[in-house]
Design a protein around this ligand. Sequence first.
Ligand code: NAP
Ligand code: G4F
Length: 319
Amino acid sequence: MPKTALITGITGQDGSYLAEVLLEQGYDVWGMVRRASTESYERIEHLRDRVRFVQGDLLDQPSLTSALLQAGPDEVYGLAAQSFVPTSWSQPVLTAEFTAVGVTRLLEAIRQVNPAIRFYQASSSEMFGKVRETPQNELTPFHPRSPYGVAKAYGHYISVNYRESYGMFCCSGILFNHESPRRGLEFVTRKVSDGVARIKLGMTDTLTLGNLDARRDWGYAADYVRAMWLMLQADTADDYVVATGVTHSVQELVETAFGYVGLDWRDHVRTDPALIRPAEVDLLVGDASKAHGELGWEATVDFTGLVQMMVDADLERLS
Ligand code: NAP
Ligand code: G4F
């Protein structure tokens, strides 16, 4: 009997890769999508005839209950969120409604429809914020530095609480930044790969960025969604850091991407104070020893391989 999974946020970067993994595993895959005047199915176009869709929105409790009743999942992957950190300052209340309280709405729907459903919560290294120790692991205290980080800390703790209060199988994956050619264009890696491709192809000459000193632990999204699936196959529900363990600055990202196509970044990159955040997360680097040891998870793509993959994909798309 094949298992059934429901993915919220299936139209996003991670949802598209996770759907591929689950289909490969023989799952019946359902995706929750929100109604829009224009469909945003670009990342899952190639999967459309293999996935079933149900409408729902994190703001609307009855739609979540209906989605669960319709799909009848064994596993729910809660990936939907307002996921862009700068937007969380301009829309802090909406971010809290989607990214924080939305998790409670989904957990309540699961508890009422079928509390045996296994649940994955898309938690974030942004919760570590102004980091208390380096590298960060599952026991590192949180100090979020944006309304997004605060909302994710809520989502993490409410998932832990439903596990501890009701015995539900809730896993919180504390994932560090993960990227791919399907990454949204506003995130820094994709902004850089897209910008480098445009400059290389003569479509523009300049790339404007914010803080070049921030450091992130960047991995490949297709690797990270495997960790989500592995968490829900474990004997007991738990929380896991997923990271490469290697950190690079935004400047190193820029140097690597421009260098790959034979350009000097100093000739093209400008900085704009308007892109500096009200509060910054200066350094993230994760310790994924628990995921390695208990789940057998490993990253397969390193930083240079990731940057080159993204630049190649944008060059091909724009050529
Ligand atoms: P993403 O590309 O921004 O995708 C977000 C998804 O959420 C989209 O499918 C979006 O649908 C959906 N969504 C947003 N608001 C919704 C609402 N009110 N109701 C229903 N669906 C809604 O994000 P991602 O990079 O795939 O990340 C997936 C999850 O992991 C997010 O929760 C993110 O915060 C978290 N996370 C990401 C990273 C990372 O580095 N990528 C790291 C740690 C944690 P539309 O297409 O309709 O907009
Ligand atoms: O690519 P970013 O926007 O990602 P950020 O803020 O780290 O958040 C991402 O990763 C989190 C996991 O830690 C996720 F939870 C979250 O949903 C999202 O996927 O920015 C990375 C760094 C920041 O320090 C930022 O200040 O790049 C710096 N940066 C410099 N110039 C820029 C830019 N970021 C963006 N987006 N655009 C710039 O022009």
